[in-house]
Ligand binder design. Structure first.
Ligand code: ADP
Ligand code: MG
Length: 258
């Protein structure tokens, strides 16, 4: 009886996050329940202040809920040691934030290869992996530039390359194309699409309704709650010229009745 296979990769139940105390208490998340299966591409939308970033931070183990339950890959996160959480963050989760969070002392190549330090690869193979990915993002000419020498769109592409270099199974992207020009947005969305096709789980916050075409499912948040959770209907047209880069695709199965 192999039931475990179908358990959601992310499952939160009645999860709340409060900031502040007493009269000044701010309910950022209000008893949110949500299950996300392996290989889903979920878009999260909603007005500013509706709790999207707070949710992403908790899903990415950067913050803890005030109340409620979170299981990642079937393991209750509350049971994990700090060390174990840090390890999961480094190996399993790729973060793409609006604020680029690049290290300003390091050049582009070193920024992108940094996450591989924890994977026991030697410097040369780390540089190769980083370089390969930078090429995908059209940044091969910029490998030895420092972050301050790049444009906003280039910085965001570097940040995404860094988030993806260790092939995390879960990508958390908080407005990855916010403030980017159309061309940079397209490069980033195409890369996310590729990663999704390889079977990875993607959760992306966006303000741009046209980007929801990339998603399987769109969640609308309002006032710290899930207001709607809708499957995206896709026209059957997958005439992609790019071939999948190994890895098996996972069949999606929605385990939620919402
Ligand atoms: P969104 O990403 O949807 O704009 P956030 O998750 O950033 O929303 O914020 C949700 C609510 O929680 C907002 O009212 C915000 O002011 C509040 N909030 C978020 N982070 C903090 C914090 N570190 N301290 C106090 N309040 C916060
Ligand atoms: Mg936000």
């Amino acid at each position: 009886m192999v039931v475990v296979m179908n358990s959601p990769v992310i499952e939160i139940t009645q999860l709340s996050k409060l900031f502040g105390y007493g009269d000044a208490t701010n309910v950022a998340l209000d008893a949110v329940s949500l299950a996300i299966n392996k290989g889903e591409f979920v878009a999260i939308m909603g007005p500013s202040g509706s709790g999207k970033t707070t949710l992403m931070n908790i899903l990415g183990l950067l913050d803890s809920p005030t109340h409620g339950h979170y299981a990642l890959d079937g393991t209750p996160v509350a049971d994990l040691s700090h060390r174990r959480r840090a390890r999961i963050r480094r190996t399993k989760i790729g973060f793409v934030f609006q604020s680029f969070n690049l290290l300003h002392r390091l050049n582009v190549l070193d920024n992108v290869s940094l996450p591989l330090m924890y994977h026991g690869q030697n410097k040369l193979s780390r540089a190769h992996a980083a370089s390969r990915l930078l090429k995908t993002f059209g940044l091969q000419e910029r490998e030895y530039y420092m972050p301050h020498q790049l444009s906003g769109g280039q910085l965001q592409r570097v940040a995404i390359a860094r988030a993806l270099v260790n092939r995390p199974s879960i990508i958390l992207a908080d407005e990855p194309t916010g403030n980017l020009d159309t061309k940079s947005s397209e490069i980033i969305m195409n890369e996310l699409k590729e990663i999704h096709k390889r079977g990875n789980t993607i959760i992306m916050v966006t303000h741009n309704p046209s980007l929801t075409v990339y998603a399987d499912r769109v969640i609308q948040m309002v006032d710290g709650r899930i207001d709607s959770d809708t499957a995206v209907k896709k026209p059957k047209k997958s005439k992609d010229s790019k071939k999948p880069l190994g890895g098996k695709r996972s069949k999606k199965s929605r385990g939620k009745d919402a």
